[in-house]
Design a protein around this ligand. Structure first.
Ligand code: CMP
Length: 139
């Protein structure tokens, strides 16, 4: 069954949205296969967001994602990657449809509540940054 990595970013944790977000995935029928809270180091953030290195927003993104604890979740289910992306809404909350997580809870692109892997290959790489094999429970 497909797995994807979700991060409830520090702004989502601060706003008390972890339960709401996890509940939406569970009610949709997706399973939680791994879950932890951590504060990312700059080194970990640079690894996770390596594809954005050199972009104008990169330093701000690293500052933001390391600013406080986040919740990392392995979400599992049929087509988990595209289903989670659809539930999150567009990266820029200006374009996120109401009913999506960003469309309901976020206003700006640099503070957009949630991250989800954009492909199965990214999911595999990103899950490996946050979780060991023994921390994932196939459901
Ligand atoms: P995320 O899905 O976590 O992946 C990269 C993040 O960079 C993205 O969500 C945004 O929060 C952040 N970001 C900030 N500025 C931009 C931008 N101009 N374009 C794309 N992503 C941006």
């Amino acid at each position: 069954m497909e797995k994807t990595l979700v991060l409830v970013k520090p702004d989502g944790v601060n706003k008390g949205l972890c339960g709401e977000i996890i509940g939406r995935f569970e009610k949709r029928g997706l399973k939680i296969a791994g879950l932890k809270m951590l504060q990312m180091s700059r080194e970990l953030a640079q690894r996770h967001y390596g594809e954005h290195e050199g972009k104008p927003f990169f330093n701000g993104l690293v500052n933001f994602i390391t600013s406080g604890p986040l919740v990392a979740i392995v979400v599992q289910g049929e087509n988990a990657v595209p289903v989670v992306r659809a539930m999150m809404g567009a990266t820029n909350p200006v374009d996120s449809a109401p009913g999506t997580i960003r469309g309901d809870f976020a206003l700006t692109i640099d503070s957009n509540i949630i991250h989800g892997s954009d492909s199965a290959a990214s999911a595999e790489r990103e899950i490996g940054i946050f979780f060991t094999a023994g921390e994932i429970y196939n459901r």
